[in-house]
Structures are given as C-alpha cells and as structure tokens.
Design a protein around this ligand. Structure first.
Ligand code: SF4
Length: 362
C-alpha cells in the first residue's frame, strides 16, 4: 500500500478526535484535511490523521476496536512526516493534529508519534502548530518529550464516571489511566513552568451519550477539570453509531445535546456559573428546548429586572442575550451617558427581543 492509500484510510479515521466544536466528520474532500476553529474564531485547515489504526483496546463505540474486522494500517514516522509535509508545502493545511490507536503499549505508540514530530521539527524545520494526542498510561519521559515539541496536547477522558467509562471501554479506567496520566502531566507542566518554559495547552474530550452518563455528571467533571488541571478546553462529541460495533444499533445522539453542553461549559468558563447553577431536569439532563442560561433566568425571577444603568459586569452577564462582549459594550457606553431604552440597545445591535423581558433602565 502506498502512502497516499494509507492516508486515505488514516485521515478519515481521525474524524472521531475533536480539535474544536462542530468539526465532526470529514470536512473537506482531501483525506486528512479538516477545517477546524482555532481560538474560537478563525477557521483553518488542519491535517488530522492517525499514525496507526491498530488498537489493542476494545471500546464499544470505536471503529478501531480490537475485535472489529477492519483494514489496519500503520505508518512509520518518516512516512507520516512526509505526508504532512507534502500537504503543508502545497498550502493545503496550516497545522497538524496527530492521533493514534494504541497498537501495543502507550509508550511505543507515543514514541512513534513523537518521532514523527521530531522529524518535522528537525529535518523539515517545521515550526508551526502541532496538536498531539497523549495516550493514557504514557510514561513521564514520553509526556516530557511531548510537552517540549507540541503546541497542544490532549488526553481524552471519554466518560465522566468510572462506571460509565468501564461500561464503554472495558480496558480503560479513569483512576489508573486518565487521572494518573493527568497527575504526570501536571508534574511536567510545573517543572517546565519553574524553568521558564512555555507549556502546551491541554484539552480533553467526552463521548456524549454512548453510555448512560447524565449531562449533570459531565458538567460536574468538566468544572473539576477546569479548576484542578487548567484545561484550556473540554470538547463534547455526540455519539454516532459505527457499524459492526456493539453499539451499532444505538441511535445517534442529537447535536442539540452536544450544543447544550458547550453552552453549559461557556457559562462555567466565562459567566461565573457553578455546576449547581446549571439547570438540569430531574434525570440530570439539560433541556433540549431551552438554552441553560435562559432556563436559569426563568427559574430566578427575583433576580430580574436587571438595571442596565447600575448593574456590574457579572450581573449583566446573567441577562439572557448578553454575553461578555455586549456586557462590556454596555459598561463602556454607560460611561458616556445613560442607557436609555430598547431602541438604544437595538442601535448597538444587541438582541433586544431576548434581553427586553429581563432588564430595566431606572
Ligand atoms: S483506545 Fe478505544 S477509542 Fe481509542 S482507538 Fe482504541 S478502541 Fe478506539
């Protein structure tokens, strides 16, 4: 099999790894070339690919699980570096996201990926963006090396509780896999910081709805991860059934559920909401019909109306329809005079229909 044929299999195979919201699935016609959002704003093209789709594990939802009859492909570090460089030098992509199945041990898998990146950095003198996936159970030395060559690293949690993870991925545990590796990452990051070196950003991903986990459990774990391990982003990937896996007959999870989790995540990161502030139903799920911030406002009528001429930044942020940018805009313009009426808000291009039930001016 030539390199082009390998990438035609390993490129689409990487679709299950998220490097940003809404990038699920192959987003361009060229194998391995995906459009992804960077920094929440800019769309760029990333070469997202697997080093290998061999895997010793048997996760029930995964296309590359050990027991699935599937065409297995491996690339050497030289081959993968050449494939990326070929796409990069033709200006088809601006960065690399390299992931892999765990062919034998976590360290051997990581070594192959690290060698790919070292070839790119040293032989091809590539200085651009590289996102490397870390395998749970990787050794301290592998983590140190990864942190020294990548701009971003990700370690996927997949499920929010031990019980839900074991029901999906019988070979994995949160405690011995995800959290013990995270503890090693923390040590490496502290050591690098102490010696004045910049750390790569750290992300993780949940597979949403493959098991019986509740949104509430995902929200609680997300908050814990942001607070305790300085994650840059947590991503949510709605479950899609894959043929010839134990979950092939389970219905796909709605993208609305995924979207609501992103909204809850934003509320915790940018709006000072705590997990217990995020409204969930009695079964622990976010509403599919109403966004969590509007639902919070409906459940807290005593908090409103908010006086747009007096409220501080954090109070403004509780108003449905106002986000960090519009709240700052109101504060800035307020310094120049009173916020008078809805027409004034409409002139500032604010969502007056959403805002008006919750605000007053005097
Ligand atoms: S570890 Fe699990 S999710 Fe990852 S590639 Fe292997 S089977 Fe798939």
């Amino acid at each position: 099999m030539d390199l082009g044929q390998k990438i035609a299999i390993l490129g689409p195979g990487a679709q299950y790894d998220t490097c940003g919201p809404k990038d699920f699935g192959q987003t361009t016609d060229i194998p391995g070339v995906y459009e992804a959002k960077v920094g929440g704003r800019y769309t760029c093209k990333i070469f997202k690919v697997l080093q290998s789709n061999f895997c010793r594990n048997n996760c029930h939802y995964c296309a590359f699980r050990r027991d699935r009859n599937y065409l297995r492909v491996n690339t050497t570090p030289e081959e993968m570096a050449r494939a990326f460089w070929s796409a990069y030098s033709r200006r088809l992509v601006q960065g690399l996201f390299l992931s892999s199945g765990i062919s034998d041990s976590a360290d051997r898998t990581m070594t192959s990926m690290i060698n790919t990146v070292n070839i790119l950095r040293q032989k091809y003198r590539y200085q651009g963006y590289i996102h490397l996936k870390l395998m749970p159970g990787a050794s301290l030395s592998c983590i140190e090396e990864t942190a020294g060559i990548a701009n971003r690293i990700s370690l996927n949690i997949e499920a929010p509780t031990e019980e839900s993870l074991i029901s999906l991925s019988p070979d994995k545990t949160l405690k011995k896999g995800f959290f013990s590796t995270l503890a090693e990452i923390k040590k490496v990051f502290e050591k690098r910081k102490f010696s004045g070196r910049k750390n790569p950003s750290l992300t993780t991903q949940f597979v949403v709805g493959a098991g019986s986990e509740k949104d509430w459990e995902i929200i609680k774990m997300t908050h814990f991860l942001y607070q305790t391990f300085s994650f840059k982003r947590v991503f949510y990937s709605a479950f899609r059934p894959v043929k010839q896996t134990p979950l092939e007959n389970k219905p796909a999870v709605s993208l609305t559920r995924e979207h609501r989790l992103y909204q809850a995540d934003f509320l915790m990161r940018f709006y000072h909401f705590l997990p217990q502030d995020i409204p969930v139903d009695r079964n622990g799920f976010l509403s599919e019909n109403t966004d969590p911030k509007t639902l919070w406002a409906q459940k807290h009528p005593h908090f409103f109306p908010v006086n747009l001429n007096r409220a501080d930044y954090w109070t403004l942020l509780k108003v449905p329809g106002l986000g960090p940018i519009s709240a700052k805009k109101i504060l800035k313009l307020r310094g120049k005079g009173r916020v008078k009426n809805l027409a004034w808000l409409a002139n500032q291009r604010l969502q007056i229909l959403k805002i008006s039930p919750y605000v007053c001016f005097y």
